[in-house]
Design a protein around this ligand. Structure first.
Ligand code: C2E
Ligand code: MG
Ligand code: MG
Ligand code: MG
Length: 291
């Protein structure tokens, strides 16, 4: 029988709670195995400009479990964060992304492309993060100015001074920074001005109803204006419709990522896109994209 003391008592032998813990422990050990057995893959989602030209990609982690199939990063990244496994996993992501970038450099002109890599708070906070990234960049001999690190507001604001210092060190290597999921956190203007950022990435939750919800439209207009005033590139994520794209263009946001252009795709498929020099989305001549 669980020990209780007062209204908010912890129930130690709650079977439901125990089941949750067991599932978490299994997921955690599976995550370790996944890393050892190469069950992770990187997919790449294109980023395009207003002319539909490819300007880069975001690397997105995929876990293909032998029994469970595809497991969403939204499910396992938080656990990887809590357990610290995000550090070796994040290392694998950066190493794999840089190796890929090197391959693309060798096979096509990639000077106009950037590759964005998500870095979690725990990973960024590692004392040796700058050295580790520097080592990977040199190991693969990539042009570091093709590399962009995506950080969230909470990662940056957690310890602004230490983070800013690290960002400056990485910037010296040529690496760029994008603030991911922008608008969902609490960045103040004062901080934004001080950070060595290159890009604001408008969170997809604001983009979704941009054409329907006046509040979202207002927020997005404000983010774009903020970015322009700070001299930052502004990119919108989760762009699914031509109408959303049109709204963004009318309001001076000219970089996009979303299903309208492409879902995240395997490395070989992205390689083929680089080689094609096609503009996205691929529509027939009769279709009017900008409505
Ligand atoms: P994120 O960095 O904000 O990535 C964007 C997410 O939106 C991706 O989900 C992408 O597949 C999805 N998405 C892209 N276009 C659209 C669209 O048009 N509509 C909708 N509904 N969704 C779209 P995904 O791949 O499931 O990743 C979820 C989150 O997991 C990422 O959000 C990121 O926070 C995290 N994540 C993914 N890969 C990594 C990684 O390598 N390292 C770390 N630390 N986190 C990662
Ligand atoms: Mg991201
Ligand atoms: Mg994002
Ligand atoms: Mg997001």
């Amino acid at each position: 029988e669980a020990k209780t003391s007062g209204r908010n008592a912890v129930r130690f032998f709650d079977p439901a709670m125990q089941a949750v813990l067991v599932v978490r422990m299994m997921l955690e050990s599976n995550l370790r195995i996944a890393l050892a057995l190469n069950q992770f893959q990187l997919y790449y989602q294109v980023q395009v400009n207003a002319d539909g030209q490819l300007i880069g990609a975001e690397a997105l982690l995929r876990w293909i479990h032998p029994d469970r199939g595809f497991i969403s990063p939204a499910e396992f990244i938080p656990l990887a964060e809590e357990t610290g496994l995000i550090v070796p996993i994040g290392l694998w992501v950066m190493d794999t992304a840089c190796a890929q970038l090197k391959l693309w450099e060798a096979q096509a002109d990639t000077r106009h492309l950037s590759l964005a890599v998500n870095v979690s708070a725990k990973q960024f906070k590692q004392a040796d993060f700058v050295d580790t990234i520097s080592h990977i960049v040199h190991k693969h001999q990539i042009d570091a100015s093709r590399l962009k690190i995506e950080l969230t507001e909470s990662t940056i604001l957690d310890n602004v001074d230490a983070t800013t210092e690290k960002m400056h060190q990485l910037k010296k290597l040529g690496i760029a920074f994008s603030m991911d999921d922008f608008g969902t956190g609490y960045s103040s203007l004062a901080y934004l001005q001080r950070l060595p950022l290159n890009q604001l990435k408008i969170d997809q939750s604001f983009v979704r109803d941009i054409n329907l919800d006046e509040n979202d439209a207002t927020i997005v207009r404000a983010i774009i204006a903020l970015g322009i005033n700070l001299g930052l590139n502004v990119i919108a994520e989760g762009v699914e419709t031509a109408a959303q794209r049109s709204f963004l263009i009318e309001n001076h946001c000219y970089s996009f990522q979303g299903y309208l252009f492409s879902k995240p795709i395997p490395a070989e498929a992205f390689q083929a896109l680089i080689a094609m020099h096609k503009t996205l989305p691929i529509v027939s001549a009769s279709q009017d994209l900008v409505t």
